[in-house]
Design a protein around this ligand. Structure first.
Ligand code: NZQ
Ligand code: ZN
Length: 414
């Protein structure tokens, strides 16, 4: 009998070892998923604002530098708000500026605003998210950003959005990024209380977007998928395929979106891809990264480079620098997204990075820092110091990017 027990134990031990040896990936992570934003998608749907906001609300409509005044979006919003009690606040700049938002906060308090409607791209929607958090916050508003104070469910001032620029996914997520030029900072914030109540996505708004912003939108959404995909393999095969399908759709519509002629079907797929890239879905159960964004925000803060372009600068270097940690997934990306069938894992992975960089360049996006500024020397050290000062000692996938790694990644991107 003892012999049998020994045999059984050896059998079990080998069984466990064999199971783990055979496994090339880690288990799908546990997760919770709740996204309360209602999406209203399609032609002419801006009129539906009036179905969603009660007539009793005191509304503040917020927008950017004025594109909505010339492309007909403002007129549609105005028509939908017929019979409402509403005010407006324009002039929120790209990379929403803290000082400007404080002016809006004053109006919210003075006029007892109960509901905000963001009409714009990521900058306007993010600005409104900051205001949603700040309106009910007792302390110094800057602390929300400086200390990353989260806004819990039911705590923010209610708001909705009419999206005019597909890119960030801000229309269906609860995060925001706000800049304070005075001190050269660009910081993130968020919390489950900061989802828009509803967002209207009418692809027709894309007609008036300059090609430069279309290219930015495609690049931003594409990198959002990469940040949640290009990490260690997990067994979350459905999420992988969601992610790959968004990448492929963006690649497919990109040439059409860059043409002069407006194509509604491409525009619709572009818009929905951008939303799906960052509404939380593809991130569930997998390990995310976000180091490209962390480093990229510093380039916007230092040089004012468009958000998406900072990502195209950093992504290829980030993947080359962290090649060992990411090569399996890079190879999968090359195979499934670009049909690279030849070569070893390493060869495919490298090919994947090349394809990615070429894709950004095909949109007219430059992928080296020196192509944006002559004053790039010293940037890497500055970013390293900023991360240390902020106590960002281990960012990215499993914290593999330490401040000195960030420095090297930026140097590779010169
Ligand atoms: O200000 P107006 O005159 O409206 O012009 C805007 C702006 O100059 C213009 N535009 C927008 N819709 C248009 C249009 N022009 C013509 N026709 C239209 N229909 O486009 C310019 C850029 O707008 P902006 O809102 O700044 O762009 P985007 O949507 O790319 O937002 C960028 C900001 O979002 C943050 C970025 O860091 C950056 O600050 N992000 C927000 C995220 C989030 N909340 O989840 C995630 C992203 O990773 C990102 O960090
Ligand atoms: Zn982004």
């Amino acid at each position: 009998e003892i012999f049998n027990l020994k045999f059984l134990l050896i059998f079990i031990t080998f069984g466990i070892l064999f199971r783990n040896f055979g496994k090339k990936f880690i288990d799908m992570l546990n997760f919770e998923f709740k996204n309360p934003t209602k999406i209203i998608f399609g032609k002419g749907e801006i009129a539906k604002i009036s179905r969603e906001i009660p007539k009793t609300e005191k509304i503040l409509v917020l927008y950017g530098g004025g594109s909505i005044k010339t492309n007909g979006v403002y007129d549609q919003v105005q028509a939908a708000l017929e019979g409402y009690n509403w005010e407006e606040f324009g002039g929120i700049p790209a990379n929403p500026e803290y000082e400007v938002l404080l002016e809006a906060l004053k109006i919210i308090k003075e006029k007892n605003i109960t509901y905000m409607l963001a009409v714009g791209g990521g900058s306007v929607i993010d600005g409104v998210k900051f205001l949603s958090a700040a309106a009910n916050y007792e302390g110094e508003p800057w602390d929300i950003l400086k200390n990353g104070i989260r806004t819990e469910e039911g705590k923010g001032l209610p708001f909705a959005s009419v999206l005019t620029l597909p890119a960030t996914g801000s229309e269906m997520n609860s995060g925001a990024v706000v800049s304070r030029r005075e001190i050269g900072q660009k910081l993130g914030m968020g919390g489950p209380g900061l989802f828009p109540q509803f967002s209207i996505l009418d692809p027709e708004v894309i007609r008036s977007i300059p090609k430069k912003q279309i290219a930015n939108g495609i690049t931003d959404a594409y990198t959002h998928v990469l940040e949640q995909y290009m990490t260690v393999k997990t067994s979350a095969t459905l999420q992988d395929r969601f992610a790959e399908s968004i990448l492929q759709t963006l690649q497919e519509i990109a040439p059409k979106m860059m043409e002069e002629e407006f194509d509604y079907d491409s525009a619709a797929n572009f818009m929905w891809s951008c939303t799906m890239a960052l509404n939380g879905l593809i991130q569930k159960g997998v390990i995310s990264d976000w180091a490209i964004h962390g480093i990229g925000h510093e380039l916007t803060a230092q040089f004012g480079i468009d958000h998406a372009r900072t990502l195209a600068i950093i992504a290829p270097s980030h993947y080359r620098y962290n090649f060992e940690a990411k090569k399996e997934k890079l190879a999968q990306y090359a195979e499934r997204v670009w049909n690279v069938t030849e070569g070893s894992t390493e060869e495919k992975a490298l090919k994947g990075i090349e394809k990615m960089e070429a894709f950004f360049q095909s949109l007219g996006i430059k992928t080296k820092l020196s192509e944006y500024t002559e004053n790039y020397q010293g940037t890497a050290e500055k970013i390293q110091e900023a991360f240390i000062a902020r106590n960002w000692l281990a960012i990215g996938e499993k914290g593999i990017v330490k401040p000195e790694d960030a420095k090297k990644i930026v140097e590779m991107a010169y």
